[in-house]
Design a protein around this ligand. Structure first.
Ligand SMILES: *[C@@H]1O[C@H](CO)[C@@H](O)[C@H](O)[C@H]1NC(C)=O
Ligand SMILES: *[C@@H]1O[C@H](CO)[C@@H](O)[C@H](O)[C@H]1NC(C)=O
Length: 342
């Protein structure tokens, strides 16, 4: 019974994703609406298990990466003193000793971004396969994979928020590179150089130069996925994203669903995932999320954000304002632009 309800609900949602009224009518048919996307409890089915386990190995390390990034203090003081006293060998050594282990950590974060991209690739392949008819059916039948996809986006936005508010990262890394170059010129054997060779240093440097490096990695990864799969129309990938955004929006704006979240944390998880898929869609889809033909109801999504308690979603609104690609396009509806005015 709950399955048929859920199928009916999906059907309504599929008929008209942007129309809240219709969705409400659907849920009214059932006393106890069940979740469509169970972010809290979804467990892998046998069909999902292989992919799920591969991705799970990566996601298991995500929390530790965030903790480490949050605790990242940088070597600002040591670097400053070394630069101010260029002839003091002791201070140069001290700065170098402080920076080398930090660079090891930055390298680890960068390597994690590569693993995350591979995991995303794996999920996209599963969620766009021909096992099911459309993205809605995929997300419903592969809830555990959808949940992992959401976890990847959640991690990504969190990582970029932390990186953005930590200028020490780029400072440390550029000091490391400059010092390494100087050592090379002077033929000083550089300890720790083997850790990050020149080519890798270039890639890592490029990674951290981006304002939102993790999101950039994922959007480049998704674009690559699209271009590698020539037989798969781009819409089949972007529809996964827009469907996910719609599902999050409906779950957030409908009190029947929302009260089923066992914690406020799931609400903020859901909000972050919604914003994450919007930004990804905006990068990957040729005309972006804000255009008239976009499959994402941007006005509805922004309204959901604005209906949250004051100051709880400033970071997410800023992410839409400053890290999307098409918001400032000529063709973006003025109403949407106005809604996102700071
Ligand atoms: C792309 O999506 C359409 C509609 O959902 C589906 O009919 C088609 O089989 C998909 N194409 C591939 C290659 O999966
Ligand atoms: C912009 O959005 C508003 C509100 O939904 C709508 O009334 C208006 O027709 C849209 N403008 C254009 C140019 O599409």
């Amino acid at each position: 019974c709950s399955f048929s309800f859920s199928a009916f609900f999906l059907f309504c949602l599929y008929l008209d994703m942007g129309n809240l009224l219709k969705v409400l009518t659907c849920t009214d048919l059932e006393q106890e609406p069940n979740f469509f996307l169970d972010f809290e409890n979804a467990q892998p089915t046998d069909a999902e298990r292989e992919v799920w386990e591969e991705v799970d190995v990566v996601l298991k390390d995500a929390a530790a990466i965030l903790d480490e990034l949050q605790a990242y203090k940088g070597a600002g003081r040591e670097i400053r003193e070394a630069i101010q006293n260029p002839s003091d060998e002791g201070l140069q050594d001290e700065a170098w000793a402080a920076v080398v282990p930090l660079v090891g950590r930055l390298k680890k974060f960068y390597e994690f971004s590569q693993r995350l991209e591979a995991a995303l690739h794996r999920l996209l392949r599963a969620l766009t396969s021909e096992s099911y008819n459309d993205p809605m059916q995929h997300l419903e039948r592969e809830q555990a994979l959808a949940k992992q996809f959401a976890e990847i986006l959640h991690f990504t936005l969190r990582f970029d928020e932390l990186k953005m508010t930590n200028p020490a990262i780029q400072n440390d890394f550029s000091y490391y590179r400059r010092t390494l170059n100087r050592m090379r010129i002077n033929n000083v054997p550089a300890e720790g150089e083997n850790e990050v060779n020149n080519e890798l240093a270039n890639r890592i440097s490029l990674f951290y130069a981006d304002a939102t490096p993790m999101l950039k990695t994922l959007s480049d990864g998704t674009t690559k996925f699209v271009s590698e799969n020539k037989n798969l129309p781009i819409e089949n990938t972007t529809d996964v994203l827009s469907t996910m955004a719609s599902v999050c929006k409906v779950m957030l704006e409908n009190p029947d669903y929302r009260c089923r979240f066992s914690s406020e944390e799931t609400v903020s998880f859901c909000l972050r995932v919604m914003v994450g898929v919007i930004i990804l869609y905006d990068y990957v889809h040729p005309v972006g999320a804000f255009s008239k033909s976009s499959k994402i109801d941007m006005k509805g999504c922004i309204k959901v954000l604005k209906d949250q308690p004051p100051n709880t979603v400033d970071g997410l609104l800023n992410a839409l304002r400053y890290t999307t690609k098409h918001l400032n396009d000529e063709s973006t509806n003025k109403t949407i632009k106005a809604m996102l005015q700071p």
